[in-house]
Design a protein around this ligand. Structure first.
Ligand code: COA
Length: 189
């Protein structure tokens, strides 16, 4: 079962539409947005990346959702959950990920959207744990991880199997959040 849309105070997380591919290709071509990521070489690679996300949503009922600011911007990037698609010491696992156009950084949108996706993961999808991964230098991404309550254990660091040997982006940090820790952090009383 898929979520039709997730809503917070300022944002909607929704499935992809054809017109989103053009907007996403502008992020894929942006050197600031892609600084800590493996490049998507051209429009075809950018579109293929979205098609893989859509296939995941169709198969599992969740994935990296489009982030929309209602009545203002129909597409600012994506945030959501995906199964980790390779083997590593922490898999099988579901990761939370985000990628916004730099015009929309610095407003708390990634954190707000990530909180929605996490709630969906723990409440609707009944996940036991969500992980996140990034390179050391990606301080903005690590900031989101820490704001949503994830923690990193240095012993979990790993070499990303999809990044070539000796590539500067190969070494990754792993952040984790268990459902029980999330429930403790989100207890209202
Ligand atoms: C990672 C990424 C999503 C983080 O974006 P971000 O704007 O730094 O994160 P948020 O949307 O949570 O915004 C937090 C900032 O908004 C500020 N902010 C402003 N208004 C806010 C509000 N109403 N609520 C919360 N924060 C607010 C916060 O103080 C914080 O500012 P700071 O950057 O000075 O610390 C973004 O940098 C990105 O898309 N990067 C490229 C892709 C990428 O690397 N993805 C991760 C791969 S692992």
């Amino acid at each position: 079962m898929s979520a039709n849309a997730l809503r917070s105070e300022r944002l909607v997380l929704r499935p992809w539409r054809t017109e989103d591919l053009e907007a996403f290709s502008r992020i894929s071509a942006d050197p600031v947005a892609m600084r800590h990521l493996l490049p998507l070489a051209d429009r075809g690679a950018s579109d293929a990346y979205v098609r893989r996300i859509e296939a995941h949503i169709t198969q599992h009922g969740f994935g990296f959702w489009v982030v929309e600011i209602p009545s203002y911007k129909p597409f600012i990037g994506f945030v959501g959950l995906m199964h980790v698609g390779y083997e590593a010491h922490f898999t099988p696992a579901v990761e939370i990920g985000w990628r916004l156009h730099p015009d929309y950084w610095g407003h708390g949108y990634a954190t707000e959207a990530a909180r929605l996706a996490l709630r969906d993961g723990f409440e609707r999808l009944d996940l036991k744990e969500v992980v996140a991964l990034t390179v050391h230098a990606n301080h903005r991404s690590r900031g989101v991880m820490e704001r949503i309550g994830m923690t990193r254990n240095e012993e979990d660091d790993f070499d990303h199997p999809r990044v070539p040997d000796d590539h500067p982006l190969r070494r990754h940090m792993l952040y984790r959040l268990s459902r029980s820790d999330w429930e403790t952090q989100n207890r209202t009383s």
